[in-house]
Design a protein around this ligand. Structure first.
Ligand SMILES: NC(=O)c1ccc[n+]([C@@H]2O[C@H](COP(=O)([O-])OP(=O)(O)OC[C@H]3O[C@@H](n4cnc5c(N)ncnc54)[C@H](O)[C@@H]3O)[C@@H](O)[C@H]2O)c1
Length: 450
């Protein structure tokens, strides 16, 4: 810690910072905790899909009592969460009903509470107005996320035509629980997936092999721990130089370790061989390993360019190609999960990171391209895009800049590695079958523009 940093974190420093408007950030609720207080359902039309999904969530996962919404829009006391069934909202005039339920909720929602809107994505022959309204909902959601205080968040779930209640359960469970602590102002899509109720169990990854690259530290170690908590048999991968830390993570979670540079030509084959030796196939391949070699473009030479693109993007593609070959023993199982790690600075662009932005935006492009092609094997392909997360990678950023990065989001703080890990674990759940081709930002609604 630098002298400046020490002074900033001293009691006097905190007081000065608070006077300057840098208040203590709100405490977030993490893990499998439900919101404090009732989860209130507000149906805006005849649809009962969200009510059915919440009923399943209550039955399978002991979600706190779900109100029928009869007391909306007044609410009376404070509430833990508001879930709006806006599936019948298709006209501009329908948005008034949404405003009417959101307005009191914005005041009534508890600290670290949730506002969740489930709506149609448009584009299904509903006409231009329905498409415009679907985007209007995104604008509303992003704004509500910025206005909510005390660590409360807003989420919009686009449920496609044909989605059944069970298809929504893992998404609503993730969004309402503390697992989504640092996911704010986000919208993503759920498609019909014929999820059956027996897939909604508590340890959804029991015995399934999940591979995590870059697992020796930081976000990768948190992903390995979180997937293990969900019951997975984790194969933790990292470079030989990180062998000791890698072994420690693998031992701690009862997983196995593989020392491997993912840019090696035989990286995919070595991962598959390791899994095949245990008589298994891969349920989830999490491509977390990544590097930065920051320089302004005018100073970016071919080496910095090549190394970042190779580790962050090309290696992932080479490994996928091997593991997706059905003939390869120890490759991806049908119904499996591929998860990449993008970055908000990649998606929005960031000074000094042309190479990194190329690689991370490339990951988002890869996900969109692969998802439809692998749907016939029920393999989902998604990415998470972390914002500012407290790790060794970000600890290298100079202090003042680091403190600014921490603050420029709706939750006024940096995220924890576990926040990224929880989002990945949600995507890896068998019950998340309907979520594919998505990039979910884990950034506390970062204002960099992503
Ligand atoms: N920390 C953040 O704020 C942040 C933000 C956005 C995205 N990300 C992304 O999240 C991922 C993890 O980031 P982190 O902050 O934990 O980074 P980190 O530097 O702390 O950890 C990265 C791990 O990847 C490993 N690794 C690097 N090159 C490798 C290779 N060729 N083969 C195998 N392993 C390799 C490293 O040894 C290290 O253990 C990266 O993809 C990063 O780009 C991080």
């Amino acid at each position: 810690m630098s002298a400046l940093e020490k002074a900033y974190y001293s009691p006097v420093g905190r007081k000065v910072a608070s006077k300057a408007g840098l208040h203590e950030p709100p405490r977030l609720r993490r893990g499998r905790e439900w919101p404090q207080g009732r989860i209130v359902l507000a149906p805006l039309g005849a649809s009962s899909l969200v009510a059915d999904a919440l009923a399943l969530l209550g039955r399978e996962h002991d979600a706190p009592v779900v109100d029928s919404g009869t007391d909306a829009p007044g609410y009376g006391d404070r509430i833990g969460a508001l879930v709006v069934d806006a599936l019948d909202v298709a006209a501009v005039t329908d948005l008034e009903a949404l405003r009417a339920v959101l307005r009191p909720a914005a005041r009534a929602v508890e600290r670290a509470g949730r506002i969740v809107v489930v709506a149609r994505p448009g584009g299904a022959g509903g006409g231009w107005e329905a498409d415009a309204v679907a985007r209007a909902l995104d604008g509303i959601n992003r704004t509500v996320g910025k206005e909510l205080r005390g660590g409360a968040t807003a989420t919009l779930v686009y449920a496609h035509e044909g989605v059944a209640a069970a298809d929504l359960v893992s998404t609503l469970g993730f969004v309402l629980q503390g697992r989504s602590a640092f996911v704010d102002g986000q919208a993503w899509h759920v498609r019909p997936a014929a999820v059956t109720a027996d897939r909604l169990d508590e340890h959804p990854l029991d015995g399934r092999v999940c591979v995590v690259t870059g697992a020796a530290r930081g976000i990768g170690a948190a992903i390995a721990r979180t997937l293990a908590r969900e019951g997975a048999a984790v194969l933790a991968v990292d470079i030989p130089a990180a062998g000791e830390a890698l072994a420690a993570v693998a031992n701690e979670i009862g997983g196995t370790a593989l020392q491997l540079d993912i840019t090696a030509d035989d990286a995919g084959a070595r991962i598959a061989a390791h899994v095949a030796a245990r008589g298994a196939r891969i349920h989830a391949m999490v491509h977390n390993a990544g590097i930065t070699r920051d320089k302004m473009l005018v100073n970016t030479d071919a080496d910095r360019w090549a190394s970042v693109l190779d580790v962050n993007l090309a290696a992932e593609m080479r490994i996928n190609a091997v593991l997706l070959d059905p003939a390869v023993e120890g490759g991806m199982a049908d119904g499996g999960r591929i998860v990449g790690i993008a970055s908000t600075s990649g998606l929005a662009g960031n000074k000094g990171q042309t190479n990194y932005a190329a690689s991370k935006a490339g990951v988002a492009g890869l996900v969109a391209a692969m998802a439809p092609d692998l749907a016939h094997r029920r393999i989902t392909v998604n990415a998470v895009a972390p914002g500012f997360i407290e790790t060794e990678m970000t600890a290298r950023i100079p202090f003042v800049q680091r403190e600014v990065f921490r603050r420029v989001n709706s939750l006024s703080q940096g995220g924890q590695p576990v926040d990224v890990a929880e989002t990945i674990a949600y995507l890896c759940e068998p019950a998340s079958q309907g979520v594919t081709g998505q990039v979910i930002r884990v950034c506390g609604q970062n204002m960099v523009g992503a």
